[in-house]
Design a protein around this ligand. Sequence first.
Ligand SMILES: Cc1cc2nc3c(=O)[nH]c(=O)nc-3n(C[C@H](O)[C@H](O)[C@H](O)COP(=O)(O)O)c2cc1C
Ligand code: SF4
Ligand code: SF4
Length: 452
Amino acid sequence: MADLTSNLAGISSPNPFWLASAPPTNMGSMIERAFDAGWGGAVWKTIGEPIRNVCSRLSSIDGSSTQRMIGLNNIELISDRPTEVNLREMAQCKRKYPKHALIASLMVESNREAWHDIVKRVEDTGADGVELNFGCPHGMSERGMGSAMGQVPEYAEMVTGWVKEACSLPVIVKLTPNVTSIIAPGRAAVRGGADALSLINTINSITGVDLDTLIPNSNVNGKAAHGGYCGPAVKPIALNMVSELARDEFTQVPISGIGGIKDWRDAVEFLLLGSTNVQVCTQVMHYGYRIVEDMIDGLNNYLDEKGFASVNDIVGLSVPRVTNWSDLDLNYHTVASINHDKCIQCNLCHIACEDGAHQCIPLVQIGDKRFPVVDETECVGCNLCSLVCPVPDCITMVSLEDRGAPMTWHEFTNGDALVQATTEDHGGISNGHAITSAPVGTPSEVVHGSAS
Ligand SMILES: Cc1cc2nc3c(=O)[nH]c(=O)nc-3n(C[C@H](O)[C@H](O)[C@H](O)COP(=O)(O)O)c2cc1C
Ligand code: SF4
Ligand code: SF4
């Protein structure tokens, strides 16, 4: 069995699975049950100024029958329990579970004394670290806290600096995804002294409108406000932001990856893209603390199968595989291949390719049935047919051998010689479109023969 112990900026935990700051970490007794179930760490539900919540406060987007809640929206604020109660329970919990990571999530008014005061009180509990909630996008942000901090790099840097002045514990800054680029707030937090970054908090959203009452979700006595979106639906956004920070030379601190993690596979993806550990909220709200058992087993099996001795060995392994579009190989070319033995003739691939791609899956009479057949000379390898096909492994994407030497956009736009090389490599044909006559200087026509 591989070693699952994890260390985020000096905070160690028996495994990389932490509960994110949210309802599952609302109080000591809940976190103790979670630790007993196997969670390696927990970030306490954000504590700070006294608040009052509204009712209702959750709404969701339905997925499939196997996972009903794929996207969750909330307008809940930070903890509605008195700070002294939270801190007392934190101290008790830490005493009882000395090997688990216990982190205090914090949010107070933007003044130095308030931040100094709260971190000193947290230190007295024996907690392992603090996480600054610069991400909550609703309610608290209207009062100048939460994402109001995370959206302004100067504020994020300043407040992180205040905390670092007073805090001897590792400081994690939790970022909001509600920004144009995650790089600026990430760099600002690091400049302020952050020991680690965590992301993502929730994404501004409205999940829908009741067509009878005309009231958007969640209905609070006839009105609604935007909330924060999370759950499996947000994973791609979170993965991208994590990888952006992992690639950036000015944000080289450990990352705690959050957003849409539902099983060990999702967790491994976050680790591969640069997270040192992961935090989970929605999936626990949906299925309970015990999901961590499968996460631990799955991660263990994966590491054993791949021959990794420790979970730390896979952190960031896929980061060098993420690049800018302009560094991708323009000559890499795949085409769809349909296995007629598996095909159930639903025609979804034909329709998708006709109306959403490149009209290259005609239906052809073969024996007494009409089968979809790919015209490889026209297929641009977009993947759409394989994505819509309901039968596993029925449509696979096959790499063409005679595609020519790898060539990036930068190389392609460097001059006539390279364009000429492309012409020769493809025998004058690219995706069925003649490119020999394409004028140099209009490269998009040369590559695809159509607008991208
Ligand atoms: C009901 C609810 C309350 C939350 N409260 C907090 C909070 O107090 N502090 C915080 O930093 N994040 C809070 N979050 C955000 C989560 O910690 C997490 O960043 C987000 O849900 C993404 O993870 P997930 O996709 O696993 O749910 C809350 C999320 C939900 C759904
Ligand atoms: S990969 Fe795209 S272009 Fe090729 S057959 Fe499928 S849908 Fe059509
Ligand atoms: S989508 Fe798949 S199963 Fe349906 S017709 Fe196409 S290849 Fe066959």
